[in-house]
Design a protein around this ligand. Structure first.
Ligand code: GCU
Length: 581
């Protein structure tokens, strides 16, 4: 899926603004015809979650109706007009000028509707019905009955089966864009390296099949390589880049790939995208980037900030990359859902490695509703790979976080998802992030193992000696059983900024430092460990429960407003030293 782009042949109109919102707890909106417009709404910022824009609506996860009115920003011609939503959580249904466009289930992934036949020159009314409810047959699940096998152990409010606040609303930009009816609909790029030559294979797809010619030009780092190819519905070419400037952390070299479509010598479409020439693969006990072992230093994170909730906040993205650079991180996981296109684009430009995760968190394997949960996970896997497949920064797909996969159906469930992901992307490693250790059947077929562990926190509290012994034993047991590299994708301690104790004690900054240091010593003693991702980069909002002070998870090495705790300084000293090596 191509992100909308403006140029001589394409136009983009951003509908970010104050929209009207009308909450609908009694579900009167549909029978009352709000799909064609409603009155008595109140202003709401789009994009952003609704939960913290209105104090009274923080815990409201029900139905809300949004509307915005706009004039067509251009003369309406024979172009195709598409409405694109970057992320709406959880279930969206949309109407334009009273005509139903369709619906989409699942937040954090884009969806679009063709509105060519519906767009008016003036007074367009776009209405979106958002349903944020938690339900057992949704992914991620919530409100799972207490007597259900493997429901999330914590009783929290709202009752999510995951440890982050279930923010709702239109979280990323809504864009109206115009494109040639037979223009480009998709581009897939796969890069490889042969000696010092970069190989860039480009597959182009068009919306309609008409005779045309494609002109591809790859420019950058002193190179300018062009080729043309006749294209009807689709075409594939490989560009060779002598003495290629490879993409890697520290040297995120990007080229510009410019694709033009022309017929009768007249250009009618153009799309430009960045290309990073790199390879990623698992070989033996190592993760190889451009044929060299790479060790992942970084974090599990969240898209989370006061007031905007999970809404796109570009300045925060810039700040967080600056902090990751400051601390010496080279990677992160998009826990526990795909992050914004804007976050992914900067990972390419700034040179960060990303484990890209679907929204499948808190999965349980009761037969009841399992088929639907699998369908949703397949949908999310397809949408994620379709959206992020051209990012050099994406080095692996994570199919889920902490599924309750010690149950029999889990192995087959993840085999299906693994095969689907592999069929869409033959290049990147695929993994599942687990907490069930050796019982994780997916470890038999994923390309490397990802484990979350909290010894000396949730178990052996305050006993780092025993906790680290258990960690070491378990890592060895996992390796001897599966003989695959392993990343520890979560470890950490809730820490109240300003709380100190000597000797270290749980919740003190000293304990967080001590725990991270002791874990990292264990990890770095294992040749098969390929990464250390601390949980979490920043404190973040959760539901309310006895373990979450003020409704926050405090395992951040930075506070929620991005101020460093002692652990941030410890990691900076360690990781900056690593970078120097
Ligand atoms: C789990 C989970 C996280 C959660 C963390 C914690 O590993 O993956 O989402 O926040 O534990 O309990 O802090």
């Amino acid at each position: 899926m191509l992100y909308p782009q403006s140029n001589r042949y394409r136009r983009v109109f951003d509908l970010s603004d104050f929209w009207d919102i009308h909450f609908d707890p009694d579900r009167e909106g549909r029978p009352a015809g709000w799909a064609s417009g409603f009155v008595d709404g109140q202003p709401i910022a789009v994009p952003a979650s609704w939960n913290e824009q209105f104090d009274s609506m923080r815990d409201y996860l029900g139905i809300a109706w949004y509307q915005t009115c706009f004039d067509a920003p251009w003369d309406i011609t024979d172009q195709k007009y598409i409405l694109r939503f970057g992320s709406v959580n959880y279930l969206a249904e949309a109407w334009l000028n009273g005509t139903r466009l369709g619906s989409h289930e699942g937040g954090h992934l884009p969806f679009e509707f063709d509105v060519t036949q519906l767009l008016h020159a003036e007074n367009n009314r776009l209405v979106v019905r958002v349903d944020g409810a938690l339900a057992p047959n949704r992914v991620p699940p919530g409100n799972v009955p207490l007597n259900t096998l493997d429901r999330f152990g914590e009783v929290n409010y709202p009752d999510s089966s995951f440890d982050f606040f279930p923010y709702c609303g239109i979280h990323r930009p809504v864009l109206l864009y115009a494109v040639a009816p037979d223009g480009l609909s998709d581009v897939t790029i796969i890069t490889d390296i042969n000696g010092d030559t970069g190989l860039v294979s480009v597959h182009i797809q068009r919306r309609e099949s008409t005779p045309a010619r494609a002109r591809l030009t790859l420019q950058g780092h002193g190179a300018s390589i062009s080729t043309t190819v006749e294209v009807d519905a689709q075409a594939e070419v490989t560009l060779k880049v002598p003495r290629a400037a490879l993409w890697a952390p520290g040297s995120p070299n990007l080229y510009d790939l410019n694709i033009e479509l022309e017929k009768d010598s007249r250009v009618f479409d153009r799309y430009t995208l960045p290309v990073g020439i790199r390879t990623i693969r698992v070989e033996g006990d190592q993760l190889l980037l451009n044929g060299r072992p790479i060790y992942l230093r970084g974090f599990g994170r969240h898209e989370d900030f006061p007031i905007v909730g999970r809404g796109l906040l570009p300045a925060l993205i810039v700040k967080d990359y600056a902090l990751m650079d400051w601390i010496g991180a080279n990677s992160f996981r998009t826990s526990h859902y795909p992050y914004s296109e804007q976050m992914m684009a900067l990972a390419d430009r700034l040179g960060f490695l990303v484990i890209d995760e679907t929204p499948a968190v808190g999965l349980f394997f009761d037969e009841d509703g399992l088929d639907r949960r699998l369908d949703l996970c397949c949908q999310y896997t397809r949408e994620l790979i379709d959206r992020d497949k051209n990012h050099p920064s994406v080095i692996a797909w994570s199919l889920a976080n902490e599924p309750h996969s010690h149950r029999p159906p889990a192995g087959e469930f993840f085999r299906n998802l693994y095969d689907l992901a592999r069929s869409m992307d033959t290049t990147r490693p695929i993994t599942v992030v687990t907490t069930v250790g050796e019982k994780e059947e997916a470890f038999a077929f994923v390309d490397f193992m990802c484990l979350n562990r909290y010894y000396a926190w949730y178990s052996e509290p305050g006993q780092l000696d025993i906790g680290c012994e258990r960690l070491s034993e378990e890592l060895d047991a996992l390796y001897s059983r599966y003989h695959k590299p392993l990343a520890l994708t979560e470890f950490g301690a809730d820490t109240v900024a300003g709380c100190h104790a000597e000797p270290p004690e749980m919740f003190s900054e000293e304990y967080q430092v001590e725990m991270l240091a002791r874990y990292i010593d264990v990890l770095r003693s294992k040749p098969f460990v390929i990464g250390e991702h601390v949980w979490n980069m920043c404190d973040f909002k959760t539901g309310q429960m006895v373990r979450r002070v003020g409704g926050y998870n405090l395992k951040g090495v930075f506070t929620r407003d991005r101020r460093p705790k002692m652990a941030a300084h410890y990691l900076r000293q360690l990781w900056k030293g690593d970078k120097a090596r």
